[in-house]
Design a protein around this ligand. Structure first.
Ligand code: HEM
Length: 210
């Protein structure tokens, strides 16, 4: 029997390395800011804000991959979806850890009270909880094991996007512009999916990976 070994796809490996580097850049900038002491008067608030922003941006970027694939007629966006989603979870977890460890500190148990009493924390925590099963089941093995149910489970990411935007809208005191931009991007991404779903002739299966 002749075993043929698949040649490594260097272009793909290079692109993936670049995507990892880009996804880690915000963290590197934060670490540099801490070391240089350039995060402003309240570094903990700056870290909380930056990690929250990147968690939400990456959730939305992950949601953009399927529409991008369709609009470009290229399969490559789907190949980055898992990486983007895992980094969204990574930044959301850093965000939560910053709040619990650096912000609450010795009063960390207060997180439970916050989850119950402060609606924007309740909503943020719900979004983070939903990201957990998505990250855990993001492998090919889980995709195979869950079959059709994998797609159903991963629709939770729509709710994560909506709760992330709501969390931001709720915590902002006066200037709503930034969270409204995120809300508009989310509405566009979900609107596109709905539009395509409604236009699909009855009985026709969605595109694979959608
Ligand atoms: C795990 C539970 C979470 C907790 C305890 C939490 C807590 C916080 C806190 C304390 C702030 C700053 C509030 C202020 O400045 O008054 C914040 C801001 C923010 N969070 Fe969260 N959050 C959580 C989950 C999430 C998730 C899952 C996302 C995204 C999907 C997210 C996105 C954001 C954004 C975008 C901001 C605003 C950043 C800015 O002002 O530029 N958070 N969060």
């Amino acid at each position: 029997m002749v075993l043929t070994r698949k040649a490594p796809d260097w272009r793909w490996i290079g692109l993936k390395a670049l995507a990892h580097a880009l996804a880690l850049l915000p963290l590197a900038l934060l670490v540099r800011g801490v070391l240089d002491n350039t995060l402003g008067a309240d570094p903990v608030a700056a870290i909380t804000h930056q990690t929250g922003d990147w968690a939400l941006r990456l959730v939305l970027l992950g949601l953009a991959m399927t529409p991008l694939r369709r609009l470009l007629g290229q399969p490559w966006p789907i190949r980055f979806r898992r990486l983007v989603g895992l980094y969204a979870f990574f930044y959301a977890t850093l965000h939560l850890a910053t709040y619990v460890v650096l912000d609450l500190g010795q009063y960390w148990q207060q997180i439970l009270e916050d989850i119950v009493k402060r609606p924007y924390i309740t909503v943020g925590f719900a979004a983070w909880l939903m990201l957990v099963p998505l990250a855990l089941t993001s492998t090919r093995g889980w995709m195979r094991r869950l079959g059709r149910r994998w797609g159903q489970l991963h629709r939770l990411v729509y709710a994560v996007g909506a709760l992330g935007v709501l969390h931001f809208l709720w915590l902002v005191k006066s200037d709503l512009r930034e969270p409204l931009v995120y809300a508009a991007v989310l509405a566009l991404l979900l609107g596109l999916r709905l539009w395509w779903k409604l236009r699909r002739p009855a009985g026709q299966a969605p595109m694979r990976g959608a």
